[in-house]
Design a protein around this ligand. Sequence first.
Ligand code: PBG
Length: 324
Amino acid sequence: MIPIRPRRLRSTPAMRALTAETRLHRSRLVLPMFVREGIDEPVAITSMPGVVQHSLDSVRRAVTEAAEAGIGGVMLFGIPEEKDAVGSGATDPDGILNVATRVVAEEVGDALVVQTDLCLDEFTDHGHCGVLAADGSVDNDATLERYADMAIAQAESGSQLLGLSGMMDGQVAVVRAALDDAGHSGVAVLGYAAKYASAFYGPFREAVDSSLKGDRRSYQLDPGNGREGLREALLDIDEGADVVMVKPASHYLDVLAEVAAASEIPVWAYQVSGEYAMLEAAAAHGWITRRPAILESLTAIFRAGGDVALTYWAVEVARWLDER
Ligand code: PBG
């Protein structure tokens, strides 16, 4: 006699649907998008099949499709034509990210949440997330001044949620204060709290034409440090973040679960470029079945406690969920 039979709840599709613990929903998906200055047609990103660098025209069309697909938001990244030591393009109201933000906010600002990457790495000629000190190290406090100006430029362009991905100490507090002083108390701050120095950002560096030589280990977290990831998240919450992020997602589900257990604010996870590229490459070879693998990868993020996933598959997955 076996009185306890967990298989009863797995017996039919209807029973499985009724007892599913984790459900994907399109409103919990955010699409990261790249907008490049000076192009008329979208440019493919070799290491991320299906993802492009958008022109201003094509991003307008793409965000309209994203809104129609019912996803929750878009996260914009800019790729400027000119870069310099302090990332001037980031704070220029006519810089590509700020221009793109105005275009997107005007097009879909009521239908979904328009978000912007707040970091200098796309705009600096050395490719670091901040400005450099004389000795070549990334100068934390000088960078914060740039972030404060960048926050105001992005808020004035119509960004509703600023994604602070630079991993500078004190960045959430400084940006929050700058926004409030400038009359933008309604603009939300997403702290990329637990952002690891990951090899899985590789394809992103192609996507944004990164100039980086070296690595980001003096500001991003050591992949082995789970406790420190939690510490960073709690600090961001203390500093006034509205949302915290764990990034990358799939290899850091333990960190995600711990942050989710401790946080009183939403916890998001970024399924990064390398996670996308690996699965696409395996699927292209026929080594993995694409759709269920993508859905499983996202289900795992939500099961671990993520409230929202940033994923390059957001629109495609939203359409699949509609078909079900
Ligand atoms: C930095 C930033 C990076 C990513 C998002 N924001 C790259 C980095 O930290 O080196 C990576 C995202 C991805 O790999 O999909 N602004």
